[in-house]
Design a protein around this ligand. Structure first.
Ligand code: NAP
Length: 250
């Protein structure tokens, strides 16, 4: 895989899976615009790490659920590098609660960041990708969007929405040389899953055919492949990176 001369935007790239995706794309040659939200975000250090590897990178703070922030994110990318080839919709949040106790605010915020954010970012980059007749849109969904999960109605709905959105983007822009795919990770070893109780983790592992949580690198490798020229004939797909877990449910 070689992404030299490609410019990528990775949303939510300050930590966790997004950070690993940003570093992986840079490792295979891409220029990476790393986005995250909030002044306290470590996103600047990710860009510095890429530059220390000899790559090109820019950190842009922006809230993906804000249309004006997303417009600025893409404008800054174009101003710095002249184009955008790859979008990785990775920014995501969870606000878990059983449906009967879930607030309107927790429903709206999770849908806004996880689903509307992906729409706003895709819309903003597609204008550029259509002109250049090449593009890759890769969105991070979740196993939960495929099989559901108690306490995550908002998150599961947003992630299922990502899948329908991805399939629609794929059909709308296929003729322009642009592919759109989703990745559905299972349980990945990040801060989010490190917070789970040990007993619960052991129970979950029993439901994973491979028997262990994935690493952010497992997701990043799949992203790099889908972003590459080698994946040109793959579009509208959902790639599960879950140790076989969804297969055990579906
Ligand atoms: P994470 O560690 O919580 O990282 C998410 C990143 O997104 C953070 O850097 C966060 O910034 C950023 N972010 C949050 N809201 C944002 C916004 N409005 N605009 C821009 N950036 C924003 O999560 P993760 O575990 O790496 O997950 C990454 C993606 O994979 C998410 O879409 C998640 O739903 C999905 N996923 C994760 C797992 C898993 O097991 N970890 C499984 C399936 C799917 P702050 O640090 O400032 O909040």
């Amino acid at each position: 895989m070689n992404l030299s001369n490609r410019v990528a935007i990775v949303t939510g790239g300050g930590r966790g899976i997004g950070r690993t995706i940003a570093l992986k794309l840079a490792e295979v040659g891409a220029t990476v615009v790393v986005n995250d939200i909030g002044e306290a975000s470590p996103v600047g250090s990710v860009a510095e790490e890429i530059k220390a590897m000899g790559g090109q990178s820019l950190a842009v703070l922006a809230d993906v659920s804000s249309s004006s922030d997303v417009a600025r994110l893409v404008e800054e990318t174009i101003a710095a590098y002249g184009k955008v080839d790859i979008l990785v919709n990775n920014a995501g949040i969870a606000r878990d609660q059983l449906i009967i106790r879930m607030s309107d605010e927790d429903w709206d915020r999770v849908l806004s960041v996880n689903l509307k954010g992906a729409f706003l970012c895709a819309r903003a980059v597609l204008r550029h990708m259509i002109k250049q007749r090449w593009g890759r849109i890769i969105s991070i969904a979740s196993i939960v969007g495929l099989v559901g999960n108690p306490g995550q109605a908002n998150y599961a709905s947003a992630k299922a929405g990502i899948i329908g959105f991805t399939r629609t983007v794929a059909k709308e822009v296929a003729a322009r040389g642009i592919t759109a795919n989703a990745i559905a990770p299972g349980f990945i070893d990040t801060e989010m899953t490190q917070r789970l109780e040990e007993d619960w983790k052991q129970q979950l592992k029993k439901q994973i055919p491979l028997g262990y949580f994935g690493s952010p690198c497992d997701v990043a490798e799949a992203v790099a492949f889908l972003a590459s020229e080698e994946a040109r004939y793959i579009t509208g797909q959902v790639l599960s990176v879950d140790g076989g877990m969804a297969g055990a449910w579906l």
